[in-house]
Design a protein around this ligand. Sequence first.
Ligand SMILES: NC(=O)c1ccc[n+]([C@@H]2O[C@H](COP(=O)([O-])OP(=O)(O)OC[C@H]3O[C@@H](n4cnc5c(N)ncnc54)[C@H](OP(=O)(O)O)[C@@H]3O)[C@@H](O)[C@H]2O)c1
Length: 256
Amino acid sequence: MTTEASLEGRVALVTGASRGIGLAIAQGVVERGGRVVISSRSESNLAEALSTFSDARSVHAVVAHVGSRQDADRLVTETIERFGRLDILVNNAATNPYFGPLVDIDDARMQKTYEVNQASIVTHTAAAWHQWMGEHGGVVLNIASVGGLGPEPGLGWYNVTKAAVIHLTKQFAWELAPKVRVNAIAPGVVRTDLARGLWEKNEDLLTGHIPMRRLGEPDDVAEMALMLVSDSSSWITGQTIVIDGGTTNQPSGGVG
Ligand SMILES: NC(=O)c1ccc[n+]([C@@H]2O[C@H](COP(=O)([O-])OP(=O)(O)OC[C@H]3O[C@@H](n4cnc5c(N)ncnc54)[C@H](OP(=O)(O)O)[C@@H]3O)[C@@H](O)[C@H]2O)c1
């Protein structure tokens, strides 16, 4: 029985890996013996991210926009050309350009959030399947959110896309088994740029509602991610694991 989630010999592709949760996952892949392609929209952000890896031979950076199917196909092609295989796809990149009531959201931001957070899961998983995993097998991990589990003020449309990520995880797990396992992680509030508006000015108030009394850190999510993409979880597929310091485990508020 293995105790360590070794990724020796494995090749991973992580979208949205220039910072935050994606970068922490990519660093963990290399620490466990794997090689990784990190991707984001910005060459300079990726250069900064690359400089945080001690072994640069195990990392390759590719600029790509997850909202583009062409970019998704090219990203997977470049990964296979560079490292010879693709064992692990982490669909991590996401955006949240709108905060407010659903009835007031404009078409442009609705469309952008859909393309980046939801449609990208389909295009990248399809590219990975058609170019490598359909024949050789592999693992897909989607980063959802606890927001996808219920209503929340101001984050309605982002949360709809994250609910879709949870459902897409179940659907792909069913369609792609037994060759490919597909799981998701639903984080609570994690200290990254994406959630800065939620935690920066209200950290004490926020942590007061978190049973573990602290925000999540990117490494909290990365630890579970590395387990789910390794052989330690070879009988887990179609699942969404909540990592939120206990936030969603609250008394029901009912009267009896
Ligand atoms: N932080 C939280 O509290 C929290 C909670 C629940 C779920 N999540 C989820 O966790 C995942 C990671 O978020 P994070 O908190 O680590 O955010 P983050 O620190 O803002 O990082 C987002 C990453 O995605 C990249 N990115 C953004 N738009 C992109 C696009 N269109 N194409 C390609 N790359 C793009 C960014 O890079 P560039 O700017 O260089 O392109 C960056 O590397 C997301 O799926 C998010 O929804 C986060």
